[in-house]
Structures are given as C-alpha cells and as structure tokens.
Design a protein around this ligand. Structure first.
Ligand code: 4AD
Ligand code: MG
Length: 473
C-alpha cells in the first residue's frame, strides 16, 4: 500500500487498476451527487482528495454522518485519476470505503478552528494530527537523517551511551535521580545481596546500592569512546531537572553530541559544528518550507543569510563583554549588567546574534569559572578553550570545547569546583592510557528544529514534551 506522499509524487501517474489508501479523514465536503473528502496519512502536508461520485456509494457512506467524519480512520479502495479541481493534479475515485476507526465529530478536539499552541498542548496525544505538528515531526526525521549523513561522510561512528549514569557531567546539580524498586528484588546469584536496594529509606534513591542519575549529557562517555574509535557521535535524550519555563528549555530533550580525538584547536570544533548546522539548514524539505510559510520577511532573510554566509562570525567572550558594555553605557539597553566573569544572559546572547553580528556567532574562550570542569585551560590561566554558538531569534544553540587532557589541570579544576574525583576515576584514567587531545560539542535538537523552522517554542518541537511541572502522557 503506497503512502499518500508516494501517490502525490510526480513519479506516480493515474492508473486504472484499483489501489488501497489508508488514512484519516481531514475534511468532508458534500454536494448533491458527489462528495469529497481529504485523506491524510501523515506522510505529507498535502492530503489526497477522495471523490465519491457513485451516488449509491455517496449516499451510503457520506450520508452516514456518524461514520465518515473528520478524524475517522478509513481504508479506501479506488483508482487514481487525473483531477480537474484546483490545487491537486490527482485524486482518488473511490469504489469502496471501510471505516476502521470511528471519530465522534461532536467531541473531536482537533476540529476546532484557530487552535492555539496552548490548547493543543492539552491534547498532546492528538496534536500530531494537525498539519503543522505533523510537519514538525517529519522535519525531526529528515534533520536527523541530514545530520547522520554529514557525520558519516566525515568518518564518524554513530554510537550509544548509557542513560543511567553515575556522574553529573555538567556539574550544575540539575540531575534527576534514579530510584531502584524497594520491593524484594529477585536476586541473581552473581550479585552481592548487600549491594542491592533495600527498604531503608536513606538508601532508597539508589541504583542497587549506589547513587545513579539520568544523564544530562552523553559527553563523558563519548570522550571515552573517542579514545578508541577516534570520531564518535550520538543523538540521545538528556534530562535536566531545571525549573526554567522558557521556550528553549525542556526537562527531557534530545542532543546531538560529537567527540573526536587528535584535535588541538577550538576552531576545528567550530568548523564541524558550522558544517553540521548548515547541512540541516539547507536540506531540501517541503515540510521546512511549509513551516516557514508564515514567517516575516526579516526572519526568512536571516535564515537565508545564515545558510549562505561562507564563515560564521567568531569573537571571544572578552570581546563580546566589551561590546555589551559599550551599548550598556550608551543606552542602558540591558536589564542585567554585562560584567566580565558573569554568565552572558539571554538578552545579551540575543543582542550579539540579532544586532551586533546579525547572524550565527561563535563566542569563544569563556572564563573557566563559568564552565564545567572538563574544558581545556587556555594559557592565560583564566579562560578555557570553548565556545557557545549563538543564533538570531534564539540564543544558544550549541556548546562545545576542547577537553582537558592534562591530569594535573583536571585535578586542580575538580578541587576548585568541589568535586569528588573518585566518582570520575574512569574519566581520569582514560588520560593515563594514551589520552589524545580531543574536543567535541552538544547541539540541542529541539532548539535546532525551532530555529530552522520558526516554530517558536521547543515544546512544539518534540512529540511529547516534558517541562518543569508538566508531563501529560
Ligand atoms: O550547553 P549544554 O548544557 O552543554 C552540554 O551538555 C555539553 N556536555 C555538550 C557537549 O559538549 N557534548 O547543552 C548543550 C546544548 C545547548 O546548547 C542547548 O542547545 C541544548 O543542549 N540544551 C537544551 N535544550 C532543551 N532544553 C534544555 N533544558 C536544554 N539544555 C541544553
Ligand atoms: Mg551551554
């Protein structure tokens, strides 16, 4: 059975032999001797027009108001014919209909006009039936494929890292803790019973006797694998127990993370990132075009400019703070004072990408005090070899760095940050056994989808969003 996308493609021509089409009724229009229904199966934004000309058929099925209704699931048999109607060059002349899943038209939540994103969030289990949302989900699919082909061409190995982990990669205290079952666990003979979870409440939030978390980033494990496979990447979920209620934060989001050995320059990492993001941005996608159709001219021009600019801007954190301070002195534009040594606030990031540069910008070499322990120290003893990629209309899209391969430096930073080195013994040990200089980055997948498409909030860029205080299904 072909998909509707396949049926509508120019390669498929009208044919007298009957075919079967499966899908959901998007709309029904009845006339005296004929009825039209638009059928969608989620494979493309366009639906297939189904025509019921046989009066008997039309009467039998279309007059059955309660059955062939918007939202119902149908199996149609008919012939694909040329269409004279506007908007489509093919239609299905229906010979028989089988309503395989009824939909009550009175209560179908997706029938309403002008449904807001907030309204649709309440129907997270049905919102994928909307054109926009389905297009966003297909864009995730095509973007993932575009990124995978990019990394494959560069010789990267796609790999899988654990989601249950023993450390907090970012050290930001935003980990969800894993809780093992407290009931009597069936013991494997190999397992030391004393190491298993107990009913002792002080030990409850543990993974069979030791603390465990949902991963906030796959980076540390990718670093391990990069010391064997040299170039690795993954696209995996990350979990953050942060309270942010912004359009850029989720509690569970997907990240593309890459890590590779034998690199000494943070600009190498920036170049790989730029290539990856441009590959996604320039993909040939009707869904992307569909999602962008209501964007302002300025917004479209900004995306177009990003895809054709030969090299995106680079500036150091120190330069960025200087520029921010100049504007602040002249116009007091910012709510938060830009100060060297303080994190760039969202308003600062947006101003850099939107106004100062007017395009994607790599801000490099942040003070070490603002960044996690694993970043490689610069010779100035104050900053680390890292970057954030800031993009217009969004802010931070990617973060990355060279990783500190020198044990003494790692020891020092971990002490400064009050970390327990015993939990990171494996991470440190990899440096003792042919640990090559290396670097990598993490790109927020929902933020990429949001930025490319103009879908404003990352909550609409993932099928089933979770954010602080909200998990519907
Ligand atoms: O800047 P972050 O926290 O960096 C890391 O986790 C590094 N270990 C990545 C690496 O170098 N391998 O996260 C990376 C990116 C951000 O730039 C942002 O795009 C996205 O992940 N991100 C989020 N996306 C949605 N919701 C959240 N709560 C996010 N937190 C980060
Ligand atoms: Mg970051």
């Amino acid at each position: 059975t072909p998909t509707i996308r396949q049926l509508l493609s120019p390669g498929t021509t009208a044919n007298a032999s009957p075919i079967q089409v499966n899908g959901w009724v998007k709309s029904v229009r009845r006339q005296k001797r004929v009825a039209f229904a638009v059928i969608t199966d989620g494979s493309s934004t366009e639906g297939l027009q189904a025509v019921f000309t046989d009066v008997g058929l039309a009467n039998r099925h279309v007059s059955m108001e309660s059955r062939l209704t918007t939202g119902s699931a149908v199996k149609l048999t008919g012939v694909l014919a040329g269409s004279i109607g506007p908007g489509q060059d093919k239609e299905l002349k229906v010979q028989s209909v089988d309503v395989v899943g009824q939909c009550d038209p009175e209560n179908y939540p997706i029938m309403k006009r002008d449904m807001t994103t907030e309204y649709l969030r309440d129907y997270a289990h049905l919102r994928a039936r909307t054109e926009t949302f389905a297009a966003t989900l297909r864009l995730r699919d095509s973007t993932q494929k575009a990124l995978q082909s990019y990394f494959s061409e560069l010789g990267f190995c796609y790999t899988h890292t654990p989601l249950i982990v023993s450390t907090d990669c970012e050290g930001a205290g935003e980990t969800f803790r894993v809780q093992a079952p407290t009931s009597t666990t069936k013991l494997d003979q190999q397992v030391d019973p004393s190491s298993l979870a107990t009913n002792d409440s002080s030990k409850r939030a543990e993974f069979f006797g030791r603390p465990a978390y949902l991963t906030v980033s796959s980076q540390l494990h990718l670093e391990v694998l990069a010391q064997s496979l040299a170039r690795v990447y993954t696209i995996a979920p990350s979990f953050r127990a942060e309270r942010s209620q912004t359009g850029r934060h989720l509690s569970e989001f997907w990240m593309l993370e890459a890590e590779w050995a034998f690199t000494n320059h943070v600009d190498d990492v920036c170049q790989v990132v730029e290539g990856a993001v441009k590959r996604a941005l320039t993909q040939d996608s009707t869904d992307l075009a569909h999602l962008r159709k209501d964007l302002s001219d300025d917004h479209l021009a900004s995306l177009e400019k990003a895809s054709v600019t030969p090299t995106w801007a680079r500036m150091t954190y120190t330069e960025a703070v200087d520029e921010l301070q100049k504007v602040q002195r002249a116009s007091r534009l910012f709510k938060f004072e830009p100060i060297w040594g303080s994190a760039l606030r969202s308003e600062h990031e947006r101003w850099i990408a939107d106004h100062l540069v007017g395009g994607p910008t790599f801000v490099t070499d942040y003070p070490s005090t603002l960044k996690p322990f694993y970043m490689r120290w610069n010779d100035d003893g104050k900053t680390v070899a890292c970057f954030d990629l800031l993009v217009p209309n969004l802010g931070e899209l990617v973060g990355g760095s060279l990783r500190e391969e020198r044990l003494a430096n790692l020891d020092k930073t971990m002490k400064i940050q009050g970390m327990d080195p015993t939990a990171y013994e494996w991470y440190l040990d990899i440096r003792r056994h042919g640990g090559a200089p290396h670097g990598g980055f993490g790109l927020g997948f929902e933020r990429l989808i949001s930025w490319m498409s103009g879908v404003e909030n990352v909550r609409e860029c993932i099928p089933m969003p979770r954010w602080a205080g909200r998990m519907l299904l």
